[in-house]
Design a binder for this molecule. Structure first.
Ligand code: PLP
Length: 455
């Protein structure tokens, strides 16, 4: 295939590097998601909206480290904030409460009023893990419910039915739980209940049947950042969970600061009980935040020395009587400095990102129509995906599986050849560094590819 030949010709050094990396890391990668066939491109430099690979090819970056880099690469205000922090206090890793934790917390609470109390973690994965433990501790119930096709991190409890084959996934209205990794305990087939996204009636039946055991429903309000919940669905889910004493967790690791400054909850005017954030708020560094209603979050508050996990000082009360949450790097000051700088820039430039994204989406759609190709650019805010389908509206995981993923992958390989960086089949994220110029080049690249008559 022509796309593959161009890719192979342009990326010889990446291929050689991968061969070396394979001698160090299984598959040559340190996260499975970083792999794609025939081999991932190895990037070596980046600035603003652009990345350069080890062969010297330059690309416009739409992966942006899976959406984390909302200000693009190497933003001067993030650099300055980090250097200032390092110069003043070293890493300032005191292992005590500190100023920036409160400053970031206040900033978050203003934009996400539902997060009345919050805790810091080191990743989005840790944030959802803690959110689910808090929900279990607060409700005294052990099972969770999650949606088919939704991702909340790589641990067992939520690594269920994220990307199941339709052959195994059971009926659409009552999906089967499918384990997504070797090495997982079969027990999660029982303890993680799978719900169909955007189908309130079916969710209601499943939740009513199981509500005595379910501590929380965890949801990506926009699946994978680009398939929005119908407003009536998310409002209905809010009412239903309240009635059934189930906590509602919005996983906004991807949507937070991307669909709007106040996340999906601001767009939908729906308040979850618990929210998780990550990605953008680290300014390119690893971070997560869990926050929610005060009475719920207070289950993690230590009340005395016997309540913290310190065996040397235990006075007889068992540590398991309180909710355990710890982490050497939680609330890392250097990272919070980068995150605060990011939010401060975004307060002025969010509209620019939203407008640029709209512009790119609408110009791509216009192009697809011109070429009579059943392709759409779907998404909200600064994230979207290109789907190839005749289906009028993509509403869930199963709709997405019915789109032409083979052709999409081929187009993505062509795009790499045209200097547009997108890991095949991923979604597009934009940043403050993307401008009219990048939009124009991207549309031109698409035009060039579509003119070849790919089908
Ligand atoms: N939740 C959602 C919605 C995500 O998109 C991700 C990562 O892609 C996570 C959780 C996990 O976050 P992290 O990769 O920081 O652990």
């Amino acid at each position: 295939k022509e796309s593959l030949v161009t890719f192979l010709e342009k990326t010889n050094q990446s291929k050689r590097f991968l061969e070396k990396a394979e001698m160090i890391m299984p598959g040559g990668v340190t996260a499975n998601i970083k792999y794609f066939a025939p081999y991932p491109i190895v990037l070596s430099k980046a600035q603003g909206a652009y990345v350069t690979d080890v062969d010297g090819n330059q690309y416009i970056d739409y992966l942006l480290s899976y959406g984390a880099l909302m200000l693009g690469h190497g933003h001067s205000q993030i650099k300055e904030a980090v250097v200032r922090q390092l110069e003043e206090d070293g890493t300032n890793l005191f292992g005590t409460p500190h100023q920036l934790e409160v400053e970031m917390g206040e900033t978050i609470q203003t934009l996400y009023p539902s997060m009345e109390r919050l805790r810091y973690t080191n990743s989005g994965t840790e944030a959802t893990l803690l959110a689910l433990r808090i929900a279990a501790a607060y409700t005294g119930k052990r099972k969770i419910a999650k949606f088919e096709g939704h991702y909340h991190g790589g641990y067992d409890e939520v690594l269920v039915s994220v990307n199941p084959s339709l052959a195994k996934a059971g009926p659409e209205e009552r999906p089967h739980a499918v384990l997504e990794s070797k090495g997982m305990s079969q027990s999660h087939l029982e303890t993680t209940i799978v719900l169909p996204f955007n189908d309130l009636e079916s969710c209601e039946q499943i939740l009513r049947d199981n509500h005595k055991d379910i501590s929380a429903v965890i949801i990506e309000p926009l699946q994978a950042g680009f398939i929005p919940a119908k407003p009536i669905f998310i409002e209905g889910l809010r009412k239903l969970t309240e009635e059934l004493d189930i906590l509602l967790i919005f996983d906004e690791v991807k949507t937070g600061f991307r669909v709007s400054l106040g996340g999906a909850q601001e767009l939908y005017h729906v308040e979850p009980d618990i929210t998780t954030l990550g990605k953008v708020i680290g300014g390119g560094f690893p971070v997560g935040i869990v926050g929610g209603r005060k009475d719920i979050m207070m289950v993690s508050a230590p009340k005395g020395s016997a309540d913290v996990f310190d065996h040397s000082q235990s006075k007889g009360s068992s540590a398991s009587e309180v909710l355990f949450h710890s982490g050497t790097y939680n609330g890392h000051p250097t990272i919070l400095a980068a995150g605060l700088a990011t939010i401060s820039v975004l307060k002025n430039e969010m509209n620019h990102v939203l407008n640029t994204t709209e512009e790119l989406k609408s110009r791509l759609e216009w192009l697809f129509q011109k070429h009579h190709i059943p392709m759409k650019a779907i998404g909200v805010g600064s994230i979207f995906s290109v789907v190839l389908t005749e289906i009028e509206k993509i509403q869930n995981y199963r709709d997405l599986q019915l789109t032409n993923l083979r052709l999409r992958k081929e187009i993505d390989l062509h795009l790499l050849g045209e200097g547009i960086y997108m890991k095949p089949l991923n979604r597009y994220s934009l940043s403050t560094a993307h401008t009219e110029l990048e939009v124009k080049s991207t549309v031109q690249a698409y035009e060039h590819i579509l003119a070849k008559g790919l089908r």
